[in-house]
Design a binder for this molecule. Sequence first.
Ligand SMILES: [Cu+2]
Length: 170
Amino acid sequence: MKHIHSNRGNSIIFMLIVLAVLIGGGILYYKGVKSQKDALEASLPIPSFNDIPPVPEQAPVEIGAEDEMIGDEGVMEAASLKEFNVEGKNFEFSVKEIRVKKGDFVRVNFTSTNGMHDWRVSGYDAGTAIVNTGESSFVDFKADKAGMFEFYCSVGEHRQMGMVGKLIVE
Ligand SMILES: [Cu+2]
């Protein structure tokens, strides 16, 4: 009798150990999945737009389709990116007028075809790096203020010499 009791006791302990291992394994597995998920989320690129001029060698901001931006909650928000290619030389821009809608994200890809120039827009404090012949720089900003703003080259007296244009935010 005593022998059987002792066996039954052992098998209950054995069952408890098996249960503990299963539960422990389950928790570890869950944690592993969760940390993989966190790592994946952390590695996703976050689109950023601001008014601060980009530092040279800025990594390109990843922007997919024109009308898709991923918001804070991971919800797809409607936002449109308006992209403009502008060339500059002594002393004018190839594009004299840029027209966007209020709320648009704007990217200006600026290339100098002759001389040292940049592209800046007053009222937004946004601008590209100063680049030399054959070089390019871009700037992103959100057109969150309606109105007409002058864009210009900030090098030397280029602005006064007519290196200007109009940004119209409707
Ligand atoms: Cu210039």
